[in-house]
Ligand binder design. Structure first.
Ligand SMILES: Cc1ncc(C[n+]2csc(CCOP(=O)(O)OP(=O)(O)O)c2C)c(N)n1
Ligand code: SF4
Ligand SMILES: [Mg+2]
Length: 281
């Protein structure tokens, strides 16, 4: 690990990949959080498997490198294990809305106090560009040589409907705004979701399209229905916090202010409990 939150791992992302901007935004967000008193030892990360997940190798934070489709499950485990942690889960679109879809829906439903950042490039990039859950209709790749015959999932709508209490969209062409979104998401107590539009220059280069269609959103929607309407827009793509409400997080509802790490029983206390349970206390 280096002082600037970097690591000594060789970076193998393609030149121009949108993932670089996400890495820079996270570093900036961690700096802002530290300035606000959230020490970096309290900020932990997890990632799935994919190009996005290499962020785990390049970012000098503690964490747990997970499996494809299990980043958000691992993030929930980290938070349950120690609710004082601020947990960042990095996912790909395939990770989050393919194999990990059920985990995503339930994490949002139970309002787990984690932040999920989806690097949405609309393809399975690491495995060389197969169609994924957010690929556009007509997308041509190795698994759809004649074009994708399915419409993409809308991640924002899915997360809103599942119960996410913070739903945002960022764009790698707006790094400062993306860093601000990450800070706000980490500060939000409850399930915070950021869809980051992250073109894969190699397999789905949509920079020109996004530069035309992404528009900054000044403030969150005033109601759930308004947020859904914003999320469904296609001619322009609002970027910012679409929806944010206060609701007790799962961990707060389960634990209150109790922390299983701080209140961990000693070995003798655990032995006494076991003996009592088997009638030998
Ligand atoms: C359990 C499991 N299923 C499938 C794979 C194969 N696999 C690795 S990366 C990947 C796709 C990654 O796509 P995405 O999550 O969108 O990430 P990206 O590479 O686009 O950043 C797949 C299917 C795997 N490694 N493990
Ligand atoms: S294949 Fe795409 S997502 Fe992966 S590093 Fe290259 S440009 Fe980025
Ligand atoms: Mg992808």
């Amino acid at each position: 690990m280096t002082d600037d939150l970097g690591t000594y791992a060789e970076n193998t992302w393609c030149p121009g990949c949108g993932n670089f901007a996400i890495l820079n935004a996270v570093k900036s967000a961690v700096g802002s959080l530290e300035a606000k008193g959230v020490g970096r030892e309290r900020i932990v990360m997890t990632a799935g498997i994919g190009c996005h997940a290499k962020i785990f190798d390049y970012l000098g934070l503690s964490g747990f490198y997970s499996l494809h489709g299990r980043s958000m499950a691992t993030a929930q485990g980290l938070k349950l294990g120690n609710p004082d942690l601020k947990v960042l889960g990095f996912c790909g679109d395939g990770d989050a809305f393919g194999e990990g879809l059920a985990h995503m829906m339930y994490a949002a439903k139970r309002n787990s106090d984690i932040t999920i950042v989806v690097h949405d490039n609309g393809v399975y990039a690491l495995t060389t560009g197969q169609r994924g859950p957010t690929s556009a209709r007509g997308y041509k790749g190795p698994s759809t040589p004649r074009g994708n015959t399915e419409d993409p999932f809308n991640p924002l709508v899915l997360m809103l409907e599942a119960g996410a209490t913070f739903v945002a969209r960022g764009y790698v062409g707006m790094v400062k705004e993306l860093a601000d979104l990450m800070v706000a998401a980490v500060e939000h107590e409850g399930f915070s979701f950021i869809q980051v539009l992250q073109p894969s220059v190699t397999f789905s280069n949509r920079y020109a399209e996004y530069n035309e269609t992404v528009v900054p959103l000044e403030q969150p929607a005033a109601s759930f229905d308004e947020a859904l309407a914003l999320a469904r827009k296609t001619e322009t793509l609002p970027a910012g916090i679409l929806y944010r409400i206060e609701k007790p997080s799962n961990e707060r509802a389960l634990y209150g202010d109790w922390n299983p790490v701080a209140n961990h029983p000693t070995r003798d206390e655990r032995l006494a409990k076991v003996k009592a349970a088997v009638g030998r206390g």
